[in-house]
Design a protein around this ligand. Structure first.
Ligand code: XIL
Length: 344
């Protein structure tokens, strides 16, 4: 059986696609994607620095291929992401002298980017991560260029522009660590404000780049319920469970390479059995939660197919060997997949 069959009447189960997958050169991954997943999102090629590297010069080749692949395979296609401070082209925020543009100019640039991209895929891309990562864990607004120039307004503006370009597409606010109480507070407030002002928002995307210990399943469930209560669906986006020790809050720059590897990159030659078991159980705990909350969840999307594709090997520090996804470096289905399927 496959993941997509198992979750058919519950929620979409998706994956991010890399360029070699989109262009079909990573043949084995493409087979897995076709067999296992009912939804896709582009890992990078629909970010603004790739779609509009220079003002008014759009590059759609990769994104077009991605959307064609999704249509051909009858998948629920997600666009990621329209407005994000990261992987945005530098020109977006400055004038010819390198000075911040005026609020009016930034609005115009946002509008023309969103309109061009969303209307190109109108009716084909079914949901958009309209704004990504605008709120901090403490609930304050990220001091991005968008915020610096436009203030909080940039968020509802982006949703309005997207809605005008494709009134039928679902529109999402997407962020990481969205189980953090401070983020939950501001993001739920944002959704409520939108609803009271009649601004369209259909879902909150909870990036699920999680580790072995944090967050707890309980904390995660609380956040899902808080978002659902505001009347939107929850998308579990960018799911992967890193098997490596978290570098956050630890001293990752140990000068002794051997000591460093022991601490930060301990499983270069494979995952020990006990760690593998803990990791499996962590996946199963999350999927049990998703199934329990299936009426509030629209989609669960993995951030990639195989371990060697995962950005986690290089983030937040480079050159580690991580095991965060459902298919291994030999393109083999990990045992956890059957166990997930059995939960349904
Ligand atoms: C990551 C990609 O996986 C990497 O290949 C790229 O180098 C950086 O971006 N939050 C997001 C995703 O919304 O777009 C990011 O994807 C991971 C964090």
């Amino acid at each position: 059986d496959s993941l997509k069959n198992a979750f058919k009447n519950k929620f979409y189960i998706g994956t991010a696609m890399s360029l070699p997958q989109i262009h079909g050169t990573d043949v084995k991954s493409v087979e897995i994607i076709k067999n296992q997943f009912s939804s896709i999102v582009a890992e990078n090629c629909m970010k603004s620095m790739y779609l509009q590297p220079q003002e008014g010069q759009f590059f759609f080749n990769d994104a077009d291929k991605f959307v064609e692949f999704g249509e051909k395979n009858k998948m629920f296609i997600i666009g990621h992401t329209l407005i994000w401070h990261s992987q945005a082209p530098d020109w977006f925020f400055v004038d010819k002298n390198g000075k911040n543009v005026s609020p009016e100019v930034l609005k115009q640039r946002m509008k023309s980017h969103i309109t061009k991209v969303v209307s190109r895929y109108k009716g084909r891309v079914k949901g958009w991560d309209v704004v990504n990562e605008a709120i901090m864990e403490d609930g304050s607004y990220r001091k991005s260029k968008f915020y610096e120039i436009l203030g909080e307004e940039f968020i509802p503006l982006a949703f309005k522009y997207a809605q005008e370009a494709d009134p039928n597409a679902e529109l999402y606010y997407n962020d990481y660590n969205e189980w953090h109480p401070g983020k939950v507070k501001t993001v739920t407030q944002l959704v409520k404000d939108f609803k009271s002002k009649g601004i369209r928002i259909d879902g909150v995307g909870m990036q699920a780049h999680v580790g072995m210990n944090t967050p707890s399943i309980d904390e995660y469930e609380k956040a899902i319920l808080a978002y659902a209560e505001t009347g939107v669906k929850v998308n579990i986006t960018e799911l992967e469970i890193s098997a490596l020790p978290s570098p956050w809050g630890t001293s990752a720059n140990i000068s002794d390479k051997v000591a460093y590897d022991e601490k930060m990159n301990p499983y270069k030659n494979g995952l020990p059995m006990d760690v593998q078991t803990t990791w499996e159980n962590r996946y199963l705990d999350f999927f049990k939660l998703f199934l329990k909350q299936k009426n509030n969840i629209r989609r669960v999307t993995l951030w990639g197919v195989t371990d060697n594709q995962s950005w986690k090997n290089d983030f937040p520090i480079k050159g580690r060997t991580d095991y965060p996804l459902l298919f291994d470096r030999q393109y083999k289905t990990k045992p956890v997949v059957d166990k997930i399927i059995k939960l349904t």
